[in-house]
Design a protein around this ligand. Structure first.
Ligand code: MG
Ligand code: ZN
Length: 217
């Protein structure tokens, strides 16, 4: 019975995700859904991204969190329009929550919408939000066995960003091993390594993003 309920939920979500997707297409908007476990550095990555790209792109951010609006405030402090979705304990964002948040934006005026999903390596992967691309963030302290433990995340993402490269010497994390696992699960996945904190490698991420945006327009 539990499985039927879940199937129904996902089917309803899929309809709303398609509505979001056509809305984004009409506005020529590129939308990225960023997923990771808690504490991988999504908000730090977005702070630096907004700092760097907000001068040339109209960016907006949707922040998904269990509670509090701290992350949205951090993004807003960079001068970027950020809207918080509090899931009230829910462990993922769904298409309906995103649809509700879209009312806060003038979609036609935007170039890029970034959605920071709830920190969780499991169910965010199952919920389509209508995004153009999915990006997964994995930080070096989390360990290098994550792709085999949480394969769905890696299957559904176009880009894997390995973050906290500044900590590589202090943790048990083999970049080559993660690359091997991730490519085995998803041969098409692109992989870049960064430190959102120091800025190392961030050009690769900006290049990926702007490349996608250029393809769109
Ligand atoms: Mg965050
Ligand atoms: Zn969930």
């Amino acid at each position: 019975m539990e499985i039927d309920v879940q199937k129904g939920l996902l089917a309803a979500n899929e309809r709303l995700a398609q509505e979001n997707r056509s809305l984004f297409a009409r506005s020529g908007l590129f939308v990225v859904n960023i997923m990771s476990g808690p504490g991988a550095g999504k908000t730090t990555l977005l702070e630096r991204t907004c700092e760097t790209l907000a001068a040339r792109l109209n960016i907006a951010v949707i922040e998904g969190d269990l509670q509090t609006s701290e992350d949205a405030e951090r993004i807003a402090a960079k001068g970027v329009h950020a809207v918080q979705i509090n899931t009230g304990g829910g462990c993922h964002l769904d298409a309906k929550m995103v649809q509700g948040a879209l009312k806060s934006f003038d979609l036609d005026a935007l170039d890029l919408l970034i959605i920071e999903n709830v920190g969780n390596l499991v169910c965010p992967a199952a919920f389509d939000l209508g995004e153009s691309a999915r990006v997964m963030l994995l930080s070096t302290p989390e360990g290098d066995e994550k792709p085999i433990k949480y394969p769905l995340m890696f299957t559904r993402s176009q880009l894997l960003i390995i973050n906290k490269m500044d900590l590589l010497d202090y943790v048990d994390f083999d970049v080559k091993r993660v690359e091997g696992y991730a490519k085995k699960i998803n041969p098409g996945i692109e992989i870049i390594t960064v430190s959102a904190k120091t800025g190392e490698g961030m050009e690769g991420w900006y290049g990926w993003l702007t490349g996608k945006l250029e393809k769109k327009s």
